[in-house]
Design a binder for this molecule. Structure first.
Ligand SMILES: [Zn+2]
Length: 354
């Protein structure tokens, strides 16, 4: 098949044409030849510079391009990290400003291993918070490699990317990805699904049941799932799940200490007198007070260590999460009016940290 005239142009001409088109991705999507010829680190970096910063001011075009960029094969964790370093190193912070320009809590170098350790707030947002597009399929499906978990965690922490829940394929993909995280016994991946509401609904006792009966999960995963269930539960939750108690009793009958351990936590939740606790405390702290003793019990009888990670994704107070969220939204709205930057509210709503 003969090549079109534009496909025969030397790369020295193709690159400026692509730039002059406003890095129009339709150009590379329309022709495999053009796509291949424009596949270089130089072009990828320039395309990211255009769409992942605020150079492109057409929201719809920018958002669609951002989704396409993150879905691209070339957008790997390794490439993204190098682009981040190249883009923000001169400022010395992911907020994109230096100390003279208003940065007051420089987050540098970026913690790519554990993104949630980086501190941001409504008055100190990462520049990438304005990136509002779709999380790509490749970051929602198994296998849950450590690289994939780190990439997804970083994007959830510094951008406003979301799953396209209206797309039935994406819905199924995210649901299956979550199931596989449990089946792979991958604590870090499970933590993301359990604790970040952009990845779906909170876990329930049914999720805990799946973790113990179907996925044979380790204690750390069961603890995190039960803690997240508690965090988002209503005061009407009874913690009397017949299937779970039955599973515990069968395990106890077979001298499996895991049954005793889980039953101890469920009974602690069932009989916990919440009224005696300081209601201003966060739910995770309450959970620890209620089940802490039961969770730590029989430790020397297990082969696996109980890993309890403090996760900063959601901090829901016991009194009234709804009031807390409304207050958060109101504060954000004021900030929105002052700053006139729409992405600030999107970022805050996506990561309620009441
Ligand atoms: Zn900063």
């Amino acid at each position: 098949m003969s090549l079109a005239a534009i496909e025969r142009l030397p790369i020295e001409l193709l690159q400026p044409i692509f730039a002059s088109s406003g890095y129009n991705l339709a150009l590379v999507q329309a022709s495999h030849v053009l796509g291949t010829r424009l596949s270089s680190e130089y072009v990828f970096n320039n395309t990211c510079n255009y769409y992942l910063t605020e150079l492109c001011d057409d929201y719809a075009v920018r958002s669609a391009a951002q989704s396409a960029i993150f879905a691209s094969k070339w957008m790997t964790w390794s490439f993204f990290k190098s682009w981040i370093i190249g883009t923000y190193e001169s400022n010395g912070c992911l907020c994109g400003s230096n100390l003279d320009e208003g940065c007051f809590d420089a987050q540098w170098p970026p913690n790519f291993e554990e993104a949630t350790s980086m501190v941001f707030s409504r008055s100190h947002l990462p520049r990438l918070a304005f990136v509002r597009c779709r999380i790509p399929k490749k970051l929602l499906s198994a296998p849950w490699t450590s690289e994939k978990v780190r990439f997804l965690r970083f994007l959830l922490w510094v951008t406003s990317m979301t799953v396209d829940w209206r797309d039935p394929e994406m819905y199924q993909l995210a649901k299956e990805g979550r199931r596989q995280a449990f089946l792979e016994n991958n604590l870090e991946a499970v933590e993301l699904f359990n604790n970040n509401r952009r990845l779906g609904k909170p876990p329930t006792l049914e999720t805990v049941r799946f973790a113990v009966t179907q996925a044979n999960c380790n204690r750390s995963i069961i603890y995190d799932t039960l803690r997240s269930t508690y965090r988002w539960s209503s005061s009407r939750e009874t913690w009397n799940n017949e299937d779970l108690y039955q599973w515990c009793d069968e395990r106890i009958w077979n001298n499996d200490i895991k049954g005793v351990w889980l039953r101890g936590m469920l009974e602690a939740l069932n009989h916990g007198e919440l009224g005696t606790y300081d209601k201003t405390k966060e739910r995770d702290i309450l959970f620890d007070r209620i089940v802490g003793g039961a969770a730590e019990a029989y430790g020397n009888k297990f082969d696996d260590a109980l890993i309890i990670n403090e996760l900063p994704w959601n901090k829901v107070s016991f009194v009234s999460p709804r009031v807390c969220c409304i207050s958060s939204y109101a504060t954000t709205l004021v900030f929105l009016l002052v700053s006139k930057k729409i992405y600030s509210i999107i970022f805050a709503l996506g990561r309620c940290r009441c």
